[in-house]
Design a binder for this molecule. Structure first.
Ligand code: NAD
Length: 255
């Protein structure tokens, strides 16, 4: 198994891509800490699912926009499984508003959940890695929009662009501690965050026509890449982004 005995924390781990990462990591032998901010029942059901196939998982309630909660989340991993090996900053939100329409409250919320969270979780995890020794891995689930403008979703793009530079700078700063920092940038994935597209037949047709692989990603398409990046096979990768987008960024149709 690729992740046997490794302790992995997944933020926003009870839904969408995070849930798929939890299941894929547990199937590869990882001890998983599932962070959630809402839907404790779904977290409990997910833990039962992991345990039913012989895996190990615990839940922790933490609002990722609060550094004190993030510290509690990392401590939960250490208390439960003895150490931290991988942090996955996956939790994210979007408001779908343009530059002209975005309120200060919306901007602050998106930046706090998507970027401030990843910054301070990275800082806290890095301190834990250094104190326990042996290196570690921080993975940020960014987006193709870390690089690719999405008109009408500007705060989200700003947050993911910030995540891109967080990964590069933290990866360079932490390399001498054998701590890797990597972004995974999905294209369009069928999850609750995209419900308005998934539920709209015409929008889906237009989207899939713009994707060279002709389909929206499933969460497992992203989770499988995350598992590889957390495995020994990716040991020389850091301070960079792995794009998992079915080729959409190379297509000619902007969405
Ligand atoms: N679905 C896509 O097309 C797509 C594409 C590119 C990137 N992403 C990124 O993937 C990540 C996961 O998104 P998803 O598509 O699975 O959507 P999702 O809505 O299913 O999952 C988001 C998760 O973040 C959690 N979350 C929100 N605010 C939080 C907070 N304050 N504290 C803790 N958790 C919080 C939610 O509860 C949920 O579990 C996000 O960062 C998103 O930006 C998604």
């Amino acid at each position: 198994m690729l992740l046997q005995g490794k302790t992995i924390v997944v933020t926003g781990g009870n839904s969408g891509i995070g849930e798929s990462i939890v299941l894929a990591a547990a199937a590869e032998g990882a001890n998983v800490v599932i962070d959630y901010v809402a839907h404790q029942d779904e977290t409990t059901a997910l833990i039962a699912k992991v345990e039913s196939v012989g895996g190990r998982a615990v839940g922790v309630k933490a609002d990722v926009s609060r550094p004190a909660d993030l510290a509690g989340m990392i401590q939960k991993a250490v208390d439960s499984y003895g150490r931290l090996d991988v942090l996955i900053n996956n939790a994210g939100i979007e408001t779908r508003s343009s530059l002209l329409d975005t309120t200060e409250a919306d901007f602050d919320k998106v930046l706090a959940v998507n970027l401030k969270s990843a910054f301070f979780a990275t800082q806290i995890a890095a301190k834990q890695f250094i104190s326990q020794g042996g290196g570690g891995l921080i993975m940020n689930i960014s987006s193709v929009h870390e690089d690719w403008p999405m008109p009408g979703n500007i705060a989200y793009c700003v947050s993911k662009g910030g995540m891109r530079m967080l990964t590069r700078t933290a990866g360079v700063e932490l390399g001498n501690h054998d701590i890797r920092v990597v972004n995974v940038a999905p294209g369009a994935v069928a999850t609750p965050i995209n419900a308005s597209t998934v539920d709209d037949h015409e929008k889906m047709k237009a989207l899939e026509a713009a994707i060279p692989l002709q389909r929206m990603a499933q969460p497992s398409d992203i989770a499988d890449v995350v598992v590889f990046l957390a495995s020994g096979g990716a040991r020389y990768m850091t301070a960079t982004t792995v794009v998992v987008d079915g080729g959409i960024m190379q297509g000619s149709v902007g969405l």
